[in-house]
Design a protein around this ligand. Structure first.
Ligand code: AKG
Ligand code: FE2
Length: 387
């Protein structure tokens, strides 16, 4: 597992040096955390690329992809995929869509402000989130949409063969009234990236030597998030305050990121505390292990820390897709990831309940957080996001 220096509670004053050694700061839970920069480099220095041409190929071809993914996830937690099957014209169209949306006037975007939506999705203006407390806030705009049992585009009944859950009466997504094309355009990409992510779920099962359908039961109508991002250029300084997205590990099972071409800004932290560049490579997506998969593998696949700093002088757009499991799954460490007699490092957790414990503390000013602020955390449940 990614070795992590001990958390420093209440660390408002986040310097770099502790015990005379250099440390890097990041956010991968609800506490501030450091990792020591080691003098002896042993971690990854580049990010591998995996060719998905044979994703629908023979059993042997698929197993070969699975083995590559296992190695990349274990050694790095990040990998590029090429020949992923999302047509280039969809990619081009999607980036034009992102540009058009973020270029709208603020009022049109604020019409779908995240604060108006109990499920904490929608538009977030510049500096609204702050992954690194040393900064003024993340220098980016974002819009989040995700799984919704009500929106017809997601065909809950057709996909699950079940009736819609009666307790969910409101859509979980919010859309700007004046830009109906935004919803249409995002769904167009969603319908490509979601099936790709689900194929990768099967490849991961193969990677562990299981039946390829072994994980399907956990992904019947999974928690998903799609989050278009816009990063304006920031000053070319080493100043920690100048960050598009502060250092973090993803709170997902698997993340697939489409990066806009020619604007390198994504950096990945290796176990030695060294930042490794993950520039956009045309025709690829960047995939990374999230904290649910890290748990499930007992840390064998680390949820590697990363950050975004746009020093290019150009505007940057990116489009992460976060796949988690169904919220009602009770997640255990996989048997194959512990030695006989070894006690797993992670306890069984309910996927949705862990989700709410991470999402609410990160949005303290959101009306949903305020509504439940007097409810003890051990009584929080995923349903709090749905009403
Ligand atoms: O913009 C990117 O390339 C990565 C974004 C990211 O790490 C995230 O949204 O979690
Ligand atoms: Fe991320």
């Amino acid at each position: 597992m990614a070795e992590v220096a001990s958390a420093i509670p209440g660390s408002g004053n986040l310097g770099i040096a502790r015990d005379g050694a250099e440390h890097v700061y990041f956010h991968s839970g609800s506490e501030a955390t450091y990792r020591k920069v080691s003098e002896k480099a042993s971690g990854f220095t580049t990010i591998p690329t995996i060719d998905l041409t044979d994703l629908d190929g023979t059993a042997a071809q698929r197993k070969a992809i699975a083995d590559d993914i296992y190695k990349a996830c274990h050694e790095c937690g990040f990998f590029y995929v090429k020949n992923h099957g999302i047509p280039q014209e969809i990619v081009v169209e999607t980036f034009q869509l992102l540009k058009n949306f973020f270029a709208l006037d603020l009022d049109s975007k604020m019409d779908a402000h995240v604060q108006k939506n109990p499920a904490i999705r929608g538009y977030e203006p510049m500096l609204e989130t702050k992954l690194d407390p040393r900064t003024q806030g993340d220098i980016k705009e974002a819009f989040t949409m995700g799984d919704c049992v009500i929106e017809p585009e997601q065909d809950y009944v057709g996909r699950t063969g079940k009736q819609r859950p009666a307790h969910i009466t409101q859509p979980q997504n919010i859309w700007p009234e004046k830009a109906p094309w935004w919803r249409d355009g995002l769904y167009k990409y969603y319908h490509h990236v979601f099936p790709l992510a689900m194929k990768l779920v099967q490849i991961f099962a193969l990677a562990f030597g299981m039946e390829e359908t072994a994980f399907d039961k956990h992904f019947q109508f999974p928690i998903t998030g799609m989050r278009p991002l816009y990063y304006p250029p920031t000053p070319v300084t080493e100043d920690a305050a100048s960050v598009g997205l502060g250092a973090h590990a993803d709170f997902s099972w698997l993340t697939l990121v489409l990066q806009g071409e020619n604007v390198p800004a994504l950096e990945v932290l290796n176990p030695d505390g060294i930042w490794v560049d993950a520039p956009p490579i045309p025709g690829t997506l960047v995939c990374n292990v999230g904290q649910y998969l890290e748990r499930q593998t007992n840390g064998l696949f680390p949820a590697t820390v990363h950050r975004v700093r746009n020093k290019t002088g150009q505007e940057r757009y990116s489009l992460p897709f976060f796949l988690t499991m169904d919220p009602d799954v009770e997640l255990d460490v996989l048997d194959c990831c512990v030695e006989q007699g070894e006690v797993p490092s992670y306890e069984r957790i309910n996927v949705g309940d862990l989700y709410i414990r991470r999402v609410l503390p990160a949005r303290k000013k959101h009306p949903t957080s305020i509504k439940y602020r007097d409810v003890p955390q051990d009584q929080w449940s995923y349903r709090m996001l749905l009403s």
